[in-house]
Design a protein around this ligand. Structure first.
Ligand SMILES: NC(=O)c1ccc[n+]([C@@H]2O[C@H](COP(=O)([O-])OP(=O)(O)OC[C@H]3O[C@@H](n4cnc5c(N)ncnc54)[C@H](OP(=O)(O)O)[C@@H]3O)[C@@H](O)[C@H]2O)c1
Length: 324
């Protein structure tokens, strides 16, 4: 798989990374979105991702309060990966905390990752008791101390990105990335200035929920009852409701038609589109709960969509997506 630059850092990553929220071991509110995946399954998901060429992994403190980081590190070791051979991105959980806790918790993050360096440390959301400048000050210190490789944010608005970028510039550093929700069914960042600002500042957009949490695979359109079998709060989300599935069906039909022409799957076409529509600005981090999904997603760049296919998806997506 080709590589792209992470923001204006020296770090190179593949346009597809593996989202590791699914490795939370069903621990904590956020972790309860997914079943407790057995350690062997996690090892195999990581194995097929590596085989597909993926060279970076996105986890977070709040994904099972360290359990995802632990599981990822264990799986990497089990697959013979040495520290430094892949990029690990994690996140500080800001809720009800001040920026000081970034420094206080970094040791726990590094310990959970068991020797795998943090290539990218991210502020999970702009909700701490401290401002953007205070958070960036601590992050910059962690870079200077060699405890993290680069600095990212998540769920930041265009204005917050600018403030983070300016604060880091004063320290001679750059804002590497903003991790935000972006898919064929969620294109808000194209309207609210986040994407435009990322392009202007040279910040990578890390698209989370790039498959709209599985909806773009088409399986919930085929069997809307399937979501009831899934754990956690996903079943009450509006995108999984009958009316929403009815609205988005034309996009799934188009994904299927294009996928059939390439001997691919709708998920692969959806991921491929997302990594191409804005050049190298956008990278994606699909999560997987089994080996088949991980293998499929890791191979999403094996096909080439032509300009007409890209445009058809673009138009249809804007038609069925409900602007929020
Ligand atoms: N920064 C943030 O605030 C934030 C928020 C959310 C996520 N994230 C990150 O982004 C990553 C991905 O986001 P996400 O998990 O929300 O959504 P996603 O990647 O769009 O969807 C993942 C889910 O879709 C289903 N799926 C995946 N590949 C599939 C395939 N090929 N065929 C059929 N079904 C497939 C699986 O669940 P089922 O089989 O159960 O349908 C899987 O758990 C997370 O792991 C996490 O690292 C970050």
């Amino acid at each position: 798989m080709r590589q792209v630059r992470l923001g204006r850092t020296e770090i190179e990553i593949t346009p597809i990374g593996l989202g590791c929220w699914q490795f939370s071991r069903a621990h904590g509110y956020v972790g309860r979105f997914w079943d407790d995946l057995p350690a062997q399954r996690i090892r195999e998901i990581v194995a097929v991702s590596l085989q597909g060429g993926i060279d970076w992994f996105d986890t977070a403190e709040v994904y099972g309060w360290g359990r995802s980081e632990l599981a990822l590190a264990e799986a990497l070791r089990a697959n013979g990966v040495k520290p430094g051979e892949v990029v690990v991105a994690t996140k500080w959980f800001p809720f009800l905390r001040t920026a000081r806790s970034i420094g206080r918790t970094i040791g726990d993050r590094l310990e959970a990752l068991g020797g795998f360096p943090i290539g990218l440390h991210q502020i999970h959301a702009p909700v701490s008791f401290s401002g953007v400048r205070g958070e960036m000050k601590v992050m910059a210190r962690l870079v200077r101390e060699g405890r993290i490789g680069s600095i990212g944010v998540s769920n930041y608005t265009a204005g917050q990105m600018r403030r983070a970028h300016a604060a880091l510039q004063r320290d001679g550093l750059v804002l590497a990335s903003n991790q935000v929700k972006f898919s064929l069914l969620q294109r808000k960042i194209e309207r609210n200035g986040v994407l435009e600002t990322a392009k202007e500042l040279g910040v990578t957009i890390i698209a989370f929920s790039p498959l709209a949490q599985g909806i773009l695979s088409g399986k919930y359109h085929d069997d809307p009852g399937l979501i009831k079998e899934r754990p956690g709060p996903r079943k009450s989300m509006s995108a999984f409701k009958q009316s929403a599935l009815h609205r988005t069906r034309p996009l799934i039909d188009e994904l299927r038609a294009i996928a059939a022409a390439h001997g691919a799957t709708p998920s692969q076409v959806a991921l491929n589109w997302l990594t191409r529509i804005h050049g190298d600005t956008v990278v994606v981090i699909p999560g997987a709960v089994n080996v088949e999904q991980a293998r499929e997603n890791a191979c999403a760049l094996d096909l080439t969509l032509d300009a007409d296919e890209m445009q058809r998806l673009d138009r249809l997506s804007l038609k069925v997506e409900r602007p929020r």
